[in-house]
Design a protein around this ligand. Structure first.
Ligand SMILES: C[S@@+](CC[C@H](N)C(=O)[O-])C[C@H]1O[C@@H](n2cnc3c(N)ncnc32)[C@H](O)[C@@H]1O
Length: 500
């Protein structure tokens, strides 16, 4: 068994073919045996042969598969690419790969195979082979060359993404997440949702085709009105809503609150109270929402009187509340929540949303008869919550079935709905491909500028600071210029008008 000399182990368990850029994952034991001269078994051999790692392929007859995340900067000329091995918790760093005139011509040339491209670009086969050898290199990965008959999607060959470190104090001695201090010391609100954490609401805070040309906030106001949770300016009999109390926990940038208040109109006569734990965000909210009341506090508890709230909103907040790891058989607070409310138990050691459980008790207490609460967040209907390991703070997704069970035990009606359905988002609408959006942000930084973290489309995108070729859109079902829409749900809770 002879491997091509260009096939190298990039790291244990991964063979990389330096002629084609194709890779093949193997268990470390198989790699060791193979490199030690032992035959690795017929299945592995036939796969390696199919990938051409054992020789016998005509490189010029290979199909060229360009990296779909690569963008061409023709003025330099250079390719702007994710760097395969420079990866932080937030994703891949970008690098510029300068192109020679031959490289530029070969990159732009049409044609499925390397030989076709050479012809179209009027370059010799030797030039094409020399460019390809560098373009498929492990540290570049601008191209991959597919031997005839092989069809594989382009995936970067890269070590796993590291998790963001967790500063001391963000996890209690028992491993429970606690973000109180992180929020209390968050002094700079401006830019927070562009640079630190981008919410779905912020991402869709500008008019978007997926929302029929509306913003997230305007669409949410409409959806809440249709469900009878928010009075509509048009349908409201005058003078009937004077005592309406709306409470929003964690309004962030304030954009959603602004949209709800604009929907209600200037003379709605009720009170809108913001409950916010971060001083930097309170300052931003005060500027945008001068007509609102402010409660500077971390929830839970909720420092509001019993039965005093008509509508409570927490948009993408509850993943910030504490979650605790727990395994069946252990004692402690999670065991008490599980036992008290009959919550289903996840297999093994898993996260439980203890902070949200405590907040629900408070919501049950403060909602008026006929009142409602809307909680949106990322999470899973029944499965164990996951931690968003790429953020600089420990956010844990929600197990919605636990919250619904608990709410029902408190006498509330609970309905779970995907946010995309609540807002009637068109998931077939376009937005920029995630990799291109990340590259454009890096390009803006190169020019000393910044590109806000909005759900840009090719039409809405601000003009890049230099010409860019190759920008592409995908649908909202795919990874684009913002959080993955499909991961977000809304839990709608109602207290019956008859029930106290
Ligand atoms: C992820 S942001 C969401 C902001 C906004 N609602 C949106 O959807 O864009 C979370 C917000 O909740 C606030 N927050 C987080 N934990 C909180 C707590 N325990 N008490 C009060 N506010 C909190 C944050 O400061 C921030 O305003």
């Amino acid at each position: 068994v002879t491997l091509q000399p260009e096939v190298q182990t990039l790291w244990p368990g991964l063979l990389f073919d330096g002629r084609t850029g194709l890779s093949y994952g193997l268990s470390p034991a198989v790699v060791e045996r193979w490199l030690g001269g032992e035959a690795p078994g017929p299945l592995v051999l036939s796969r390696a042969a199919a990938l051409g790692m054992m020789g016998g392929i005509d490189i010029l007859a290979c199909r060229v598969l360009p990296n779909p995340d690569a963008l061409l900067l023709p003025a330099r000329p250079a390719l702007l690419l994710p760097h395969p091995f420079e990866q932080g918790p937030g994703g891949h760093a970008r690098h510029l790969w300068p192109l020679s005139p031959a490289g530029l011509a070969l990159w732009r040339a049409p044609g499925p195979t390397l030989r076709d491209r050479a012809r179209q670009a009027r370059r010799t086969e030797a030039e094409a082979l020399s460019f390809a050898a560098r373009a498929v290199g492990a540290g570049v990965q601008a191209w991959r060359l597919l031997p005839p008959g092989l069809r594989v999607p382009f995936r970067l060959v890269t070590p796993p993404r590291p998790a963001a470190p967790r500063p001391a104090g963000m996890l209690s001695a028992e491993g429970e997440t606690q973000l109180g201090e992180w929020h209390r010391t968050l002094a700079h609100g401006e830019g927070h949702f562009d640079e630190v954490e981008t919410t779905l609401a912020w991402s869709f805070g500008l008019p978007h085709p997926a929302l029929g040309g509306q913003t997230y906030g305007a669409r949410l106001a409409g959806a809440l009105s249709e469900r009878g949770l928010l009075p509509s300016r048009r349908r409201r009999p005058s003078g009937t809503m004077g005592s309406l109390q709306i409470v929003e926990i964690g309004p962030g940038s304030g954009e959603v609150a602004r949209a709800l208040l604009d929907h209600l109109g200037p003379d709605w006569g009720g009170r809108y109270t913001r409950v916010e734990g971060s001083p930097g965000l309170r300052a931003v909210q005060r500027a945008l929402l001068p007509e609102t009341d402010e409660l500077a506090a971390l929830v839970p508890p909720l420092d509001l009187p019993d039965a005093s709230v008509d509508l409570l909103l927490a948009n993408e907040v509850i993943a910030d509340l504490s979650s605790a790891p727990w395994a069946p058989g252990e004692g402690g607070p999670v065991a008490e929540w599980v036992g008290r409310f009959g919550l289903h138990v996840h297999p093994g050691r898993a996260w439980y949303n203890t902070g949200s459980f405590a907040l629900l008790l408070e919501i049950g207490r403060v909602l008026r008869p006929g009142g409602a609460a809307v909680l949106t967040e990322f999470g899973d209907e029944e499965g164990a919550p996951e931690e968003a390991a790429h953020l600089d703070h420990a956010e844990v997704g929600i197990c919605w079935a636990h919250l619904a069970t608990l709410a029902r035990a408190l006498g509330l009606e609970a309905t779970l709905c995907p946010v995309a359905e609540l807002l009637r988002m068109d998931l077939g609408a376009p937005w920029l491909r995630r990799g291109h959006w990340a590259s454009l942000r890096a390009l803006a930084h190169l020019h000393g500028q910044s590109l806000p973290a909005r759900a840009w489309t090719l039409r809405s995108l601000p003009t890049p600071p230099e010409p860019v070729e190759g920008l592409a859109e995908v649908t909202l079902r795919e990874r684009g210029a913002g959080p993955d829409v499909g991961r977000f749900s809304a839990l709608i809770l109602r207290r019956s008008a008859l029930n106290r």
